[in-house]
Write a protein that binds this ligand. Structure first.
Ligand code: RUQ
Ligand code: CUA
Length: 765
């Protein structure tokens, strides 16, 4: 501790002399030297230059990738491919306190299935909220395939706010996709199952097992899904796959592909051929189109049936009211991607080599003329494939998903079996370029590439296998995202990024400047409900309340201490600790963990979070801050003491570590005065410059001023004890006064460095 202090003081002293820290060893090696030494080609260097984001600079786009089996969401920058955040969604994540504090446990509890905690999620498809079909950067939705759940992430703080469980499905793959104004978020079932939560023998598969699409109503003002205003449409027991919403001329409709329209049920253990054989017999499966706007009106008109308390439009109603149609699509289809102008829908066949481009105009003309090619076993009218197609293009073996370019008519399709991306013209129906990827691409993503305004520039290929691309790390390999430059005629591979968290199925990327995340919460904020926390604590109001065997601790934290620092409870008590972070400064997050428990809180500036623990083991449990938040971070500590049942306070006396005398006080006092001198120099340096033109510096100055305010108050306490000749307490409070000075100085130095590096001008002498 003493050494840190000395170093800081020395750093402070050098400030006055204006020593500069810029290095000079940079130019020792030339670019040619480095290329030779590292075996880099011209193309490598060009790729590096296209992706490198210099220190202190930021990315142009932010990508949100599903985290697959991690149940989370991964955020990274494009083109640098630097990972910026994992957002915990369906699975506990200790760093963010998700699943470890009471507030986020309440969010996870919304995702219980049949009353059971489900702490695993398989996230698949993220979707960013849209306004008029354009990404608006406000919310993100992501689904869980294993359990039919959907989560809402607020992009103002990148936290998960809500989880809803689908009331009729047992699994869910084709979500999340949003309507052009985010009125609804769609989810499509994958594996057919009975709607009721009961046993139904597989012999009744055709009669009782069902698929469905669910339209979750989103209340943008509240930032929450409204289950009571959400509804579903019953579908045949085909395996509904991906969906997309119409836009422009096709607004009001949703489209969902399917596989296994054979309705085959395997049973390899009984000698039946497996699902994979029985589900790929037919040459075509079914593309479903649903008029969701009319469906919503039917629900309002009372034409839905309540199943498990949820409105479902049954197939016979849907057929009678003319809101549900089928169209054949290529063998074992995948992908469903509506063109930016909303006129065309592109579907690929995993076991075909074509993408099929459907014309919304043609399909509507057929529906209008009641020109149907037949009916499926459930009476749903089928449109003729040829008559519905705009074109059909041979793109490669195993095509899956399609994304759009900013250039008109240009699309990119992932080709799984050939391990390629195919660039093609969907208006003219011709292939433009092909690029090999590594290996077996699943989804692909262009910048804002599924909105009405794709931004072009980059494409990311989300590959299923990495094989030999990275240093081996055991049999479980990282996933591989590859960055591709699509600004020219030819696609250029720029970068391989390993992702070691789970299989990232799909990703979406948005212009970074559309996001405006906050840097602090309103003081005492419950970030999961977006309301002032019921148990927030103001400075000076810290306390411990007891009600029977329930103990409630109202705690605050600020660099570098908790208040209170000692909590004494009895064995058997239920202890709830609400911690409010009083910090206003950017990035001043504290943590709070208690030994012997699972309590771990992440307290961003302004946040209140809580931990409830059962004090069932008598003993001594240190607690501490888990974020290295200041020079005195290690001293940010306290004790939870659990007294055993029937413990008698005895007269056992201990002695305090060190007793301070007048000489100690005088020495500390002198140090403080000279520190103040140095702080004044830094303040002088800053205020002599146009610091107010630099927003980050203004924030730092505010923070430093606050610390100096604390210092002044603590000085009064020290002087009060000194007047009473209580040198021990006077010395300790003088030490605390110095701690605040050190914090102020640390912040001041950061401000000074910022000004130096950003060319601040001297405005007064
Ligand atoms: S699916 S590889 Cu889960 Cu999005 Cu297509
Ligand atoms: Cu707060 Cu470390």
């Amino acid at each position: 501790m003493k050494r840190i202090s000395k170093k800081l003081l020395m750093a402070l002293v050098t400030v006055g002399f204006g020593l500069s820290a810029t290095g000079s060893a940079w130019s020792a090696e030339s670019l040619d030297d480095v290329m030779k030494r590292r075996g880099l080609s011209q193309k490598d260097v060009l790729s590096a230059a296209k992706t490198y984001v210099p220190t202190g600079k930021r990315d142009e786009f932010l990508a949100f990738s599903s985290g697959g089996q991690s149940g989370q969401l991964i955020v990274y920058g494009v083109p640098s491919m630097r990972i910026l955040k994992y957002v915990a969604v369906f699975t506990p994540e200790p760093w963010q306190g998700y699943g470890f504090d009471d507030e986020s446990k309440a969010v996870l509890a919304q995702g219980r299935v049949n009353g059971k905690d489900i702490l695993f999620g398989d996230t698949h498809h993220p979707a960013i909220s849209e306004t008029n079909g354009v990404y608006d950067g406000q919310y993100l939705f992501i689904n869980d395939k294993n359990n039919p759940r959907l989560a809402v992430v607020d992009l103002s703080d990148f936290e998960t706010k809500q989880i809803v469980v689908n009331p009729i499905m047992k699994s869910e793959h084709g979500g999340a996709f949003v309507t052009p104004n985010t009125e609804y978020v769609i989810e499509a079932a994958q594996y057919p199952a009975p709607f009721a939560n009961e046993y139904v023998p597989l012999s009744q598969f055709n009669e009782k097992y069902r698929g469905a699409v669910t339209y979750w109503k989103f209340d943008r003002k509240e930032g929450r899904i409204v289950p009571s205003e959400s509804f579903s449409v019953e579908l045949p027991p085909y395996s509904q796959d991906l969906s997309d919403f119409g836009k422009g001329p096709s607004d009001g409709w949703s489209f969902t592909n399917s596989f296994c329209s054979e309705r085959y049920v395997g049973g390899i253990e009984k000698g039946r051929p497996p699902f994979e054989a029985g589900c790929s017999q037919k040459d075509t499966d079914f593309f479903h189109m649903v008029n969701w706007r009319k469906a919503a009106e039917l629900v309002k008109a009372g034409k839905a049936k309540k199943i498990n308390g949820h409105d479902v439009i049954m197939m016979d109603t849907a057929v009678k009211e003319g809101i549900l149609f089928l169209i054949p699509e290529p063998k074992s289809p995948h992908g469903m991607d509506v063109s930016p102008d909303g006129k065309l829908m592109i579907v690929s066949g995993k076991l075909d080599s074509h993408t099929y481009v459907y014309s919304f105009e043609k399909m509507m003309a057929l529906i209008k003329a009641k020109d149907f090619a037949g009916k499926d076993p459930y009476g749903i009218p089928i449109l003729d494939l040829k008559k519905s197609l705009h074109t059909q293009v041979q793109v490669g073996l195993g095509p899956l998903h399609t994304q759009y370019d900013s250039k008109p008519c240009v699309a990119y399709t992932s080709i799984y079996v050939d391990s390629q991306v195919t660039k093609w013209d969907y208006c003219e129906g011709k292939v433009l370029d092909k690029l090999s990827i590594h290996y077996n691409i699943g989804h692909l993503m262009t910048m804002e590439g599924d909105s009405v305004t794709p931004q072009g520039k980059y494409l990311v290929s989300l590959n299923k296998l990495a094989i030999d691309r990275f240093n081996p790390v055991g049999p479980l390999h990282p996933q591989n995202h590859q960055l591709i430059d699509i600004s020219g005629d030819k696609m250029e591979l720029l970068y391989d990024m390993p992702l070691p968290l789970g299989e990232p199925h799909y990703a979406v990327a948005i212009k970074a400047d559309k996001l405006k995340p906050k840097i602090r919460y309103k003081s005492g904020w419950n970030s999961r409900t977006d309301k002032r926390h019921k148990f927030r604590t103001r400075p000076g109001k810290e306390r411990i309340e007891r009600d029977g065997n329930k103990v409630r601790v109202f705690m605050t934290t600020i660099r570098s201490h908790f208040t209170p620092e000692i909590i004494e409870v009895n064995e058997g008590d239920e202890v709830t600790i609400h911690v409010t972070n009083l910090e206003r400064a950017e990035d001043e997050t504290h943590g709070f963990a208690i030994s012997g428990t699972n309590a771990n809180l992440s307290l961003e500036p302004g946040k209140t979070a809580s931990a409830t623990i059962k004090a069932d083991t008598p003993g001594v449990f240190p607690y501490y801050c888990t974020e290295f938040c200041s020079a005195l971070h290690l001293e940010m500590q306290g004790y939870l003491l659990v007294q055993p049942k029937g413990y008698q306070k005895t007269s056992v006396k201990g002695t305090e570590g060190t007793i301070y005398k007048k000489a100690d006080y005088d020495k500390q006092f002198k140090t403080n005065l000279s520190t103040q001198g140095v702080i004044d120099t830094v303040v002088g340096y800053i205020t002599a410059r146009n610091y107010q033109d630099f927003k980050p510096v203004v924030a730092l100055v505010e923070d430093a001023t606050e610390q100096l305010g604390f210092a002044a108050n603590t000085r009064k306490k020290a002087e009060g004890f000194a007047a009473k000749k209580d040198w021990h307490n006077a010395t300790l409070w003088a030490g605390q006064w110095w701690q605040y000075q050190v914090k102020a100085a640390d912040i001041g130095l950061r401000a000074k460095t910022y000004l130096d590096q950003h060319g601040a001008k001297v405005i007064k002498k």
